[in-house]
Design a protein around this ligand. Structure first.
Ligand SMILES: Cc1cc2nc3c(=O)[nH]c(=O)nc-3n(C[C@H](O)[C@H](O)[C@H](O)COP(=O)(O)O)c2cc1C
Length: 183
C-alpha cells in the first residue's frame, strides 16, 4: 500500500520534523507500506489562486510545485497527515495545500498525527482536519495526538511517553482495512 506522510508545518525550527520522523518509523513497522514523505516546506506551494476549483480541473497543474504535490497525492493509496495546532486549527500551509486537491483524495483512507506544545496535543486541529478531509471524501481512520511534544519527542524522533504509539498503530490498522474496501 502506497502511503504519503504529509508534514504540515513549514516554519523555521519546526518541531514537526521530529514528529514526522517518529511517524515514519511507526509506519515502517506496518507490513506492505511503501512510504513517501511530502514535506510542505520543501514543496513551497504558492497560495492557491487557480481559476478552476480542483474538482473542475481536467489538466495537470502547470505550476511545478502544485504539479509535484498533486502527483504524489494521486500516487498514494492512503495518507498520514502530521499536523501541529495553530490557533486551534491546522496551519495555513496545510489548509492551502489541501485547497489544490480533490480527485487525488477521493475515497482514500488517512490517519492523522497531531501535536502541540500544549497538553492536548493538537486535538482541536485534528478535529478540524477530520472535518475537512471528510468533506473531501477521505476516510479518516483515526487520530494520534502527542501533547507537550517539545518534551515528549526527542530530536531523533524517539517518543518519550506512552500512549500515542498505540493510537497510531490502531489508526494504521484501520487505515489498511479502509483501503481494502471496494471503491
Ligand atoms: C502560529 C502559532 C499558533 C499556535 N497555536 C497553538 C494552539 O492553538 N494550541 C497549541 O497547543 N499550541 C499552539 N502553538 C504552539 C505550537 O504547539 C508549537 O509552536 C509547536 O512547536 C508547533 O509545531 P511546529 O514547530 O512543527 O510548527 C502555536 C504556534 C504557532 C507558531
Amino acid at each position: 500500500m502506497k502511503i504519503v506522510v504529509i508534514l504540515g508545518s513549514v516554519r523555521e525550527g519546526r518541531l514537526g520534523e521530529r514528529v514526522a520522523k517518529w511517524t515514519l518509523a511507526e509506519a515502517a513497522k506496518v507490513e506492505g507500506f511503501e512510504l513517501k514523505l511530502a514535506d510542505l516546506k520543501e514543496l513551497a506551494l504558492p497560495v492557491f489562486s487557480d481559476a478552476l476549483t480542483p474538482g473542475m480541473r481536467q489538466e495537470p497543474y502547470a505550476e511545478p510545485a502544485a504539479r509535484a504535490w498533486s502527483e504524489v497525492m494521486a500516487w498514494a493509496d492512503g495518507f498520514i497527515f502530521v499536523t501541529p495546532e495553530y490557533n486551534h486549527t491546522v496551519p495555513g500551509a496545510l489548509d492551502n495545500a489541501l485547497d489544490y486537491l480533490w480527485r487525488e483524495l477521493t475515497d482514500k483512507p488517512a490517519a492523522i498525527v497531531s501535536y502541540s506544545n500544549g497538553p492536548m496535543g493538537g486535538a482541536r486541529a485534528a478535529d478540524h482536519l477530520t472535518a475537512m478531509l471528510t468533506y473531501m471524501k477521505v476516510l479518516v481512520s483515526g487520530v494520534a495526538s502527542v501533547g507537550l511534544a517539545d518534551k515528549n519527542i526527542d530530536e531523533a524522533g524517539a517518543l518519550l511517553v506512552a500512549g500515542p504509539e498505540r493510537a497510531l498503530a490502531a489508526a494504521l490498522t484501520r487505515l489498511v482495512k479502509l483501503g481494502s474496501l471496494p471503491k
